[in-house]
Unconditional design. Structure first.
Length: 404
């Protein structure tokens, strides 16, 4: 019971601090979609904090998971829906750029066969539109723009609606695969402000993250075929999933499941990449490789003050210094991955979490919001220890096995 009480206390702190964050965002943010999110989410967090206080007083931890899901609806899905409806009604300040980028990818895919513009086409755009001409995602992200390309500008075709549906489906499936309810893991992937805000205003990172968590849960449950499909789908959306693919490839090899894991993990990204690359490989390189590395026609706005960005800006040749540090960190992690190969999904999640955190801190071009990846992955790791028993793992929840 003491551990459950500590969990309830943690809930009160989480929801209380999140309410403060949402309120400050509503009052001070210079980004209008963020302000709109904060104005709605603050009330949801306050209500959740009140319920958590009542649960703590009554010592009723059983409803913690239900509260987490309901809070997610209140602080992420409801603000998302409000902004999507307002945007469909004519408000142009109710979505971040990545929403429009994903929708443009879908439109281009329908009309040209590729979701990308080449450097010449981007350079021909008016200066104020060149940034939105870039699509620094994998070709699979265009799928979320297809509803708007097919049915026009209505609220249900907003790319965030489809981001949220995929995120919810993947998270629910992941939770069902673990034996005990990973409340903290769910909170870090849903109601944590960095996740809720991202889903409501932009959203493209959340389905990628949720698919990564689903892949880890599948590995923990011994379902490596499904794990390969889940992480392959994530890698078909964003390059950010590739480090997770690498770690899970090592896990699959270590546990003798590489043949089941490999087709989906590598097959899906290749399947969506090949047609696009054949149509215009230069456009793909310009959008997905050159632009994120800072070599595009315009500069990426992803400039959070992490060490890599500060080094790139402050030192002579700083961009190359930051790239060298990032490469050295990647090499170190690769060596550790080989010498201490993960043999459980929990260990793999920790490898992914710490590795991505290192990369985010050292990348010369990055966003504060990318921290949702390592935070959620590290929070998910303890839940993976309690995976459903396999044929070689005794069900430790059965006390009859331990009465002697």
């Amino acid at each position: 019971m003491s551990r459950a009480v500590e969990g309830l206390r943690g809930d009160v702190v989480l929801y209380g601090l999140s309410a403060v964050f949402a309120l400050v965002t509503a009052l001070t943010s210079t980004l209008l979609p963020h302000r709109a999110w904060g104005g709605v989410a603050a009330w949801g967090y306050l209500a959740a904090c009140g319920v958590a206080v009542v649960q703590l007083v009554l010592r009723r931890p059983a409803a913690r998971m239900a509260l987490a899901w309901v809070t997610w609806v209140a602080v992420a899905l409801l603000p998302l829906l409000v902004q999507a409806v307002q945007r469909a009604g004519g408000r142009t300040d109710r979505a971040q750029e990545e929403v429009r980028v994903a929708e443009h990818m879908g439109e281009r895919l329908v009309h040209t066969g590729t979701p990308y513009l080449g450097p010449e086409a981007i350079g021909a755009l008016p200066p104020g539109e060149q940034l939105l001409g870039y699509a620094p995602y994998q070709p699979g992200m265009a799928v979320f723009g297809l509803p708007r390309a097919a049915f026009g500008d209505v609220w249900i075709t907003d790319a965030r609606i489809w981001f949220a549906l995929v995120t919810a489906a993947a998270l629910i499936a992941a939770v069902r695969l673990v034996r005990t309810g990973p409340v903290v893991a769910v909170q870090f992937a849903t109601v944590l402000p960095i996740c809720a805000l991202t889903l409501a205003t932009g959203g493209d990172d959340l389905p990628v993250l949720a698919l990564c968590l689903l892949a880890l849960a599948c590995c923990a449950a011994g379902r490596f075929t499904a794990a390969g499909l889940a992480i392959g789908a994530a890698a078909a959306l964003k390059l950010f999933a590739l480090p997770v693919v690498a770690v899970l490839l090592v896990l699959a090899f270590t546990t003798g499941n590489l043949r089941r894991f490999l087709p989906g993990a590598l097959g899906l990204p290749i399947l969506v990449l090949v047609p696009t690359f054949l149509i215009d490989g230069n456009a793909f390189v310009e959008n997905v490789i050159r632009f994120p590395l800072g070599h595009g026609i315009v500069t990426s706005p992803a400039q959070s003050p992490f060490p890599g960005f500060l080094i790139a800006q402050a030192l002579p040749g700083g961009r190359y210094v930051a790239a060298g540090l990032l490469g050295a960190a990647a090499l170190t992690i690769a060596v550790l991955l080989v010498r201490r190969a993960p043999d459980t999904a929990a260990t793999a999640a920790r490898f992914c979490g710490w590795g991505l955190l290192t990369a985010i801190l050292l990348m010369p071009t990055t966003r504060f919001g990318y921290l949702l990846y390592p935070l959620a992955l590290l929070a998910w790791a303890p839940a993976l220890v309690f995976s459903r028993p396999t044929a070689t793992t005794p069900p430790r929840s059965d006390p009859a096995l331990y009465r002697l």
